[in-house]
Structure formats: structure tokens, C-alpha cells
Design a protein. Structure first.
Length: 164
């Protein structure tokens, strides 16, 4: 039996169970997204990039070996980009929810304002140093906005993260 005939027979067997194949790939995707989400704050950027590349290769092989009739590279790249976006959005949502759950609403005063230095590809954000009404510094980094929204001396109500 020739290699082409063997491949055709294997493809015919694989495509008998398209729902099973779709569920298998879907479960792998959910596991990969969950794993990447939990690793976001625990590993460095270089390792994350390597993990995303491995994820793309594994996904391409899964799609190709489990019955894709066309090139699986485009489908895998689309799924990986979608996964990356979902992990990013989930991370932002997690940070916002965490702040809203454990944060404390406080009244603060803007005591200092500065503009980021010019960069090659980054926008110049406005930074505001905030202090409590009793004069103590607000925990955490400076408040950042894309536009100049506040003047020195402005009184604001913000949510402060007790952990900084």
C-alpha cells in the first residue's frame, strides 16, 4: 500500500468522529488557556513567549494529525491569537475584580503631576502622585491617565489597594 493510500485511509478513519476530535481540541484549548492564565504572573516574558510557541506547534500538530483537510497553520495561528487575547482580557478582569473586592474607597489629593518622557513607540501618559487627607502617600504606583485630567490640588475619590 502506498504512502498516499495509507494517509487517505488514516484520514478517513479520523474523520468518522469529528465531534470527538473537536471536543479533544477544545479541551486542549481550555487547558492551555487556563494554564497560561495562571502562569501569567509567575513566569518571565521569555518563558511565556516560548510556551505560546510550543502551544502553537502542538495545536498545529493536533489539528493536522486529527483530521484537517487543509493547512492547519492558519487555524492554529488564529486559535493561538484568540487564546492570547482571552488570557490578556482575563488577567485585566482579574486585577480589576481583585481591586474592587479588597480595595478601600478613599479621598485623596493630587500633590504632584508629571508627563512620561518621550519614547520611541509608547504614548506619553500623565502621572499623578496622590496623598491621603492626613498627608500619607497612597500605596502603590502613581495614577496614570492618557490625557491630562487633574490639576495639582484636585481632590479625588479612588479605590486604594491595601497591598499597594
Amino acid at each position: 500500500m502506498s504512502a498516499a493510500a495509507t494517509e487517505a485511509e488514516a484520514r478517513r478513519r479520523r474523520t468518522r468522529y469529528p465531534v470527538t476530535l473537536a471536543v479533544t481540541i477544545g479541551c486542549y484549548m481550555l487547558a492551555a488557556i487556563a494554564g497560561m492564565f495562571f502562569l501569567t504572573n509567575h513566569v518571565g516574558t521569555v518563558l511565556q513567549v516560548l510556551l505560546w510557541i510550543v502551544h502553537c506547534v502542538v495545536l498545529t500538530l493536533l489539528i493536522e494529525k486529527l483530521g484537517a483537510k487543509e493547512s492547519s497553520l492558519y487555524a492554529a495561528l488564529f486559535i493561538v491569537v484568540t487564546s492570547l487575547l482571552s488570557v490578556t482580557v482575563a488577567g485585566i478582569a482579574r486585577d480589576d475584580l481583585t481591586l474592587e473586592q479588597r480595595g478601600e474607597t478613599v479621598t485623596v489629593t493630587v500633590v504632584k503631576k508629571w508627563l512620561d518622557p518621550p519614547g520611541v513607540s509608547k504614548s506619553r501618559d500623565y502621572n499623578y502622585e496622590l496623598k491621603h487627607q492626613d498627608g500619607t502617600k497612597v500605596l502603590g504606583p502613581a495614577l496614570r491617565t492618557a490625557k491630562d485630567r487633574f490639576d495639582v490640588g484636585a481632590v479625588l475619590t479612588v479605590i486604594e489597594d491595601p497591598a499597594g
